[in-house]
Structures are given as structure tokens and as C-alpha cells.
Design a protein around this ligand. Structure first.
Ligand SMILES: *Cc1c(COP(=O)(O)O)cnc(C)c1O
Length: 393
């Protein structure tokens, strides 16, 4: 054989030795061979289990999907290239054989709002926006609009409202619609929406699950009723995550419960501290006994676990003063995203709610002095010292 041929084939397609790798390797192969074509034919025909092409299934992705299923419950998981891709697929899966109409929580991740408005609406799929914490309003929207799908987040961004997933799941089911829940902020440590009757759970695994700020990825987890549909859609449309990112996500998930426990404990302490600062006008945090959804929080979340996102208003501040506060931070990272090991701060009026007019922002309660903090795993007192120095006039 000549060097050109050897360069292409040498070293590849070795049979695995008997030993089993302790952690799942990164399988980058886009296709798979068998001893004979008859076996490949059966794999293509789904008569025997096996890999054929990476858009259909990939061993690294499959391992991650098994891990995701173990965390959220459900019947099928799909690892996707981003959280938005996961949301798009959950919505398509919910609407495929239902009425092409959506009822959605008005407080949603900005890109999800934009997707419904600029991608789904031009295709004839209209969305009705409701305050998801106002159950009579949700009931009314379901009765009037007869949607095929209801969309919500377990903890809303950035004001951290908590909708009654259990009640909404009942109402959605009774209306013949499917419920899609974005569980990115709460994570399966706090709530597993499928157990309460949701049909699809969506994650941006970019956030808490991967957790290290080095992966962009998403996940859809479907109940038994929608699992085949999700797989079939994925095989055709190909939103799949790359095996490198799958590997990193799996690696991240191994420490996710530990990280999240620490992040939640840090956040509780920091929220208490913030509430006692004269320079802070208001703190939004689910542990607050005066939280508007305190009853739902007590019913649905584990005791003492309130998540690791805090929003707060700086007294008398406008955009300029908020920027000055953010610029003074030495430890807390001024960047978009959340859930990472490092604490992060973000200005919603600049980022997630940038495209909304100041008046509209004010109406939904997002003032120009509001800051969002994603609490990391650092030492609590170090985070507090950094915030204290930056809050000083
Ligand atoms: C980040 C985020 C998304 C989008 O995820 P990407 O991985 O950035 O595509 C969706 N929903 C929520 C709640 C998020 O925080």
C-alpha cells in the first residue's frame, strides 16, 4: 500500500479490546461499519440496535442522553446544539399534531420570545402571552385560544417568579395541549417538571448542567407520548450536539449536584446580605417569605433550596450608576450566561430585555436599576466582599 492509502486507513476501525473505558470516550466518527452489509442493512431498518450515522445516533451523545434521562425522568432525551435549538424542537414536537397556536408565559428568556415572534408567528403560529402565575388568566387563555402548546419557565428571568407547574400541567392536559417547560434556572435538583405532568422539558445545558462556561448546548426531554416523535424529528432535522460538547457536558453533570448545592447555599447567604445593605432598594429571591409565589415555592421546591439566581435593585441608580457598580467588580464576572462555577453579573436592560422599550420594561417590573447575579461556587465571603466594595459610593 502507498503512503496516500496508509495515511487514510492505518490505525482506524480497530475492534475494541475487552476492557471497558471508565468514562465515555468522544466518538467523532460520522458513520459506522459492520462485518457485513447485511448487518448494516438491519441497523438502517432498525431491526437490530446499532450505530450507522451520527445524525441518527452517536455513542457519546447517547451516554449524555441517558444521563439527562436519569436526572429529569421521561422517556427520551435529545442533546442539541444549543438551548434555543432544544426549545425550537420541543415546540415543534408539541405542535406537530396539535393546533398551531401557543399560549406562553410573558416572562420568558428573551430569545424564546423572539423565536415565537419572529420565527413561529410568520409561519402562522400565533402566540398569546399570559402572566403564568395568574392561574385564572391561564385558564381563560386556554379556553379562548385553544392552543396546541403552553410554554413556561420554572423560574422566570430576571424577576424569579415561580409558576405552578403542577396546576398548569393539569389545565394544559385538560385543554388537549402539550406543556413545554424550560427548567434551566431551577434544574432537576429543584424540580422535575415531567413528574408533574409536563410533556417536554428544555434545558440550556450551557448553564448549570455543563456549568464551566465552556460548552454551548441544549437538551429536550420528552414524556412517553412524545418520545418517538422527538427521535424521528431529530433524525430528519439534525439539531444534534457535537460529541466534544457532549463529553464536556457529561463531565460537567457529574459535579452538577455538588456545584448547585454550593451555589444555592451561597445565594441564600448573599441574598440575605444584599437585603440588609442600605444601597440596595430591593432583592428578588425565592427564599423571601414575602415572595408573590411563596406558596408554590413551598409546595414544589425542596425545603431550603431556592436556586442560585438573585436579582436586586441598586437604590437610586440609573444605567450609569449600574455600569459603575459592575465595572468596580473584581471577582464577579460581567458577562452574559449564568450557572457557571464563577459568579456572574448582568444588566437585563442591556441584555435579555434590550429590545423592549423602557416603558414596557417598567410595566413588566424590570427597572433601570435592576441587576441580575448568578452565584458561583467561590467562597461566600469573597463574593460578598467584592459586591460590598462595588456598592460603596
Ligand atoms: C440561556 C437560556 C436559553 C438559551 O440557551 P442557549 O444555550 O444560549 O441557546 C434558554 N432558556 C433559558 C432560561 C436560558 O437561560
Amino acid at each position: 500500500m502507498k503512503i496516500q492509502t496508509k495515511a487514510v486507513h492505518a490505525g482506524d476501525r480497530k475492534r475494541h479490546c475487552k476492557a471497558i473505558p471508565v468514562t465515555t470516550p468522544i466518538y467523532t466518527a460520522s458513520s459506522y461499519v459492520y462485518e457485513d452489509v447485511a448487518t448494516l442493512d438491519k441497523v438502517f431498518g432498525r431491526e437490530v440496535e446499532g450505530d450507522s450515522y451520527s445524525r441518527y445516533e452517536n455513542p457519546t451523545n447517547r451516554a449524555l442522553e441517558e444521563q439527562l434521562l436519569a436526572l429529569e425522568g421521561g422517556a427520551a432525551a435529545l442533546a442539541t446544539a444549543s438551548g434555543m435549538s432544544a426549545m425550537q424542537f420541543a415546540l415543534l414536537g408539541a405542535l406537530l399534531d396539535r393546533r398551531k397556536r401557543v399560549v406562553s408565559a410573558s416572562a420568558l428568556y428573551g430569545a424564546t420570545i423572539r423565536m415565537l415572534q419572529s420565527l413561529f408567528e410568520p409561519m402562522g403560529i400565533e402566540t398569546t402571552w399570559v402572566d403564568i402565575c395568574d392561574l385564572p388568566a391561564v385558564e381563560k387563555a386556554l379556553a379562548e385560544k385553544k392552543p396546541g402548546c403552553v410554554v413556561m419557565e420554572t423560574i422566570s428571568n430576571p424577576l424569579l417568579r415561580v409558576g405552578a407547574v403542577d396546576r398548569i400541567a393539569e389545565m394544559t392536559k385538560a385543554a388537549g395541549a402539550a406543556l413545554v417547560v424550560d427548567n434551566t434556572f431551577a434544574t432537576p435538583v429543584m424540580i422535575r417538571p415531567l413528574e408533574f405532568g409536563a410533556n417536554f422539558v428544555v434545558h440550556s445545558v450551557t448553564k448549570y448542567l455543563a456549568g464551566h462556561g465552556d460548552v454551548l448546548g441544549g437538551a429536550v426531554i420528552a414524556d412517553a407520548e412524545h418520545s418517538e416523535q422527538l427521535r424521528a424529528m431529530s433524525r430528519t432535522a439534525g439539531p444534534v450536539l457535537g460529541p466534544f460538547e457532549s463529553y464536556l457536558t457529561m463531565r460537567g453533570i457529574k459535579t452538577f449536584p455538588l456545584r448547585f448545592e454550593r451555589q444555592c447555599a451561597n445565594a441564600r447567604r448573599i441574598a440575605e446580605w444584599l437585603a440588609a445593605q442600605p444601597g440596595v432598594a430591593k432583592v428578588y429571591f425565592p427564599a423571601d417569605p414575602g415572595h408573590p409565589d411563596a406558596g408554590v415555592i413551598a409546595r414544589l421546591f425542596p425545603q431550603g433550596v431556592y436556586g442560585a439566581m438573585i436579582s436586586f435593585e441598586i437604590k437610586g441608580a440609573g444605567k450609569e450608576q449600574v455600569f459603575a457598580f459592575m465595572d468596580k467588580l473584581q471577582l464577579v464576572v460581567r458577562a452574559t450566561s449564568l450557572g457557571d462555577v464563577h459568579s456572574m453579573v448582568l444588566y437585563p436592560a442591556m441584555s435579555s430585555h434590550r429590545d423592549i422599550s423602557p416603558k414596557q420594561r417598567e410595566r413588566v417590573g424590570i427597572r433601570d436599576n435592576l441587576v441580575r447575579l448568578s452565584v458561583g461556587i467561590e467562597d461566600t465571603e469573597d463574593i460578598i466582599a467584592d459586591l460590598a466594595a462595588a456598592l460603596e459610593k
